[in-house]
Ligand binder design. Structure first.
Ligand SMILES: Cc1cc2nc3c(=O)[nH]c(=O)nc-3n(C[C@H](O)[C@H](O)[C@H](O)COP(=O)(O)OP(=O)(O)OC[C@H]3O[C@@H](n4cnc5c(N)ncnc54)[C@H](O)[C@@H]3O)c2cc1C
Ligand code: SF4
Ligand code: SF4
Length: 451
């Protein structure tokens, strides 16, 4: 079947190849802004009149949604060979945590990402860290910030299992008086990697990139469902929402206004991530081949090769991917920001077996999509078929084929979807109706166009 041609950023978003990184808004700030859409995530919106194909060329060059290509030096003597095919370039594997107790406690895993950023600013001569945190006016949504102090970094710790577009703030790095740290999901870091190639001024100012492992971004609708499960029907009353952290892995916790004052409710990690959030992810995550930040200098994740004991403090799994990452990690350890020990390479696949199976399933999903006329990302240098063959059971193999075909029909992937913008302040008037109507609008448009 003939595949639709992707020529513009609008095509990327409407064909559901967008992962919401925000890089197109950085390279075309006069034309593109990032907006929230309940059923999709952070998405680009054109501010002015419709643009031409030529206008979009630079934005398309930095877009990770379209695909990724590895160009790292495969002859590097320190590459851990057995990890390359499934996990990209890895020079060293470490395990440990931030030495700052407050950062370790508040951090998602062991606070390694925040501790590294702090070390770069306090000891490494860097200016700040570009990352994301909850909005103060609507804490169930995120925004991009450039933090320059420990207090600011601490206030942005913890995973936010919700749409975020840190690359929409890359101009802040370009304009900074000294190099900066960038923290984001693998697709965000891949976008920075691409953007550095077209913007030398940015390349000069990116001091280090830190990616965290990512199994997928749940939509804002998933967060609203999580709030409902915690007894919050009106999100405009939310004062604070954390998805995890404050312990390891930590509970999802909401503080919200009621007639009797501020109430707090929580759900365990297994209930919040496992039963609610993971069921409603943006489509692009289902065809994502890089879940571990293969374009980053340093990648961090959870060392799930052993279960956390109740009350145990957080631990991080840390991958050094480049020489720059190696130097920066060494300096942070020597300056006392991180307590890490060298780990055996096998703890990576033992910690994240689902990510390796996911990489295999992506091979089948992309194939089925293309056969059905659904555009899919293009990957170069990402072996996938061997993991589909070796890591998936027969049932999983069948599911990766039949499930994809079913999803493509159900989600209307063969047709353009319409991105319905969502404004948080709408909540103050008709809180719950707004969610329902936005959600229905997204799916209704997709279905009606498919018909
Ligand atoms: C959507 C999502 C899926 C994940 N899936 C996995 C997984 O499958 N396996 C695994 O091991 N780990 C996963 N993680 C990562 C893990 O939860 C930890 O975030 C990671 O180990 C870093 O922990 P830390 O203590 O070093 O980070 P911290 O020191 O707490 O710092 C976290 C940093 O991440 C930034 N951040 C938080 N949420 C987002 C976001 N949505 N987008 C961009 N930046 C953000 C914050 O601004 C902060 O700078 C996921 C995280 C997210 C957000
Ligand atoms: S993936 Fe990033 S660069 Fe591509 S359209 Fe989406 S927000 Fe823009
Ligand atoms: S699964 Fe992949 S595409 Fe989805 S948010 Fe994570 S890194 Fe981005």
């Amino acid at each position: 079947m003939r595949l639709p041609v992707i020529e513009t950023i609008e095509d990327v978003a409407q064909r559901q190849l967008c992962c919401g990184c925000g890089a197109c808004a950085y390279v075309s700030p006069d034309a593109i802004e990032m907006i929230d859409s309940l059923g999709h995530g952070r998405r680009p919106r054109f501010k002015g009149p419709r643009r031409t194909r030529a206008d979009d060329q630079e934005a398309l060059r930095v877009c990770p949604g379209l695909g990724l290509e590895h160009t790292f030096d495969r002859s590097h003597p320190d590459l851990i060979r057995e990890l390359v095919a499934g996990w990209g370039p890895v020079l060293e594997v470490w395990e440990g945590h931030a030495t700052d107790d407050a950062i370790r406690f508040a951090g998602s895993s062991g606070g390694a990402a925040s501790a590294l950023a702090l070390a770069c600013i306090e000891q490494g001569g860097m200016h700040g860290v570009l990352h994301i945190k909850a909005r103060t006016d609507a804490p169930y949504l995120n925004h991009t910030i450039l933090s320059t102090t420990r207090k600011e970094i601490l206030s942005a710790t913890g995973s936010r299992y919700a749409p975020a577009s840190p690359c929409d703030g890359l101009q802040l790095i370009e304009d900074a008086p000294a190099p900066c740290v960038f923290i984001g999901k693998p697709c965000d870091v891949a976008a920075v990697h691409k953007a550095k190639q077209v913007r030398p001024a940015l390349a000069e100012k990116v001091g280090v990139t830190i990616a965290f492992f990512c199994a997928g971004t749940p939509t804002t609708n998933a967060t609203l469902e999580l709030l409902r499960r915690m007894g919050v029907d009106d999100p405009s009353q939310v004062v604070e929402l954390r998805y995890r952290g404050n312990g390891w892995p930590g509970d999802a916790t909401v503080r919200f206004r009621t007639e009797n004052g501020i109430e707090t409710r929580s759900l365990s990690y297994e209930e919040s991530w496992g039963e609610v959030l993971t069921n409603d992810k943006q489509w692009r995550c289902h065809v994502c081949a890089d879940h571990t930040g293969e374009f980053a200098d340093i990648a961090v994740g959870d060392p799930w090769y052993r279960r956390a004991e109740p009350g145990e403090c957080g631990q991080s799994l840390v991958l050094v991917r480049t020489e720059r990452g190696r130097r920066i990690l060494r300096e942070a350890i020597e300056a006392g920001y991180l307590a890490l020990t060298r780990a055996d390479a096998s703890i990576l696949p033992r910690s994240q077996p689902n990510l390796l199976r996911g990489r295999g399933a992506v091979w089948a999903r992309i194939l089925v999509n293309r056969l059905m006329g659904v555009p899919a990302p293009r990957y170069r240098g990402f072996p996938m078929f061997r993991f589909w063959l070796a890591k998936l059971t027969l049932v999983e193999k069948l599911r990766s084929i039949l499930g994809t075909a079913r999803r493509a029909m159900r989600r209307g992937l063969r047709d353009r979807t319409v991105i319905v913008p969502f404004m948080a302040h709408d909540l103050t008037t008709e809180p719950c109706l707004q969610f329902v109507s936005d959600k229905r609008a997204d799916s209704e448009v997709a279905v009606s166009q498919a018909a």
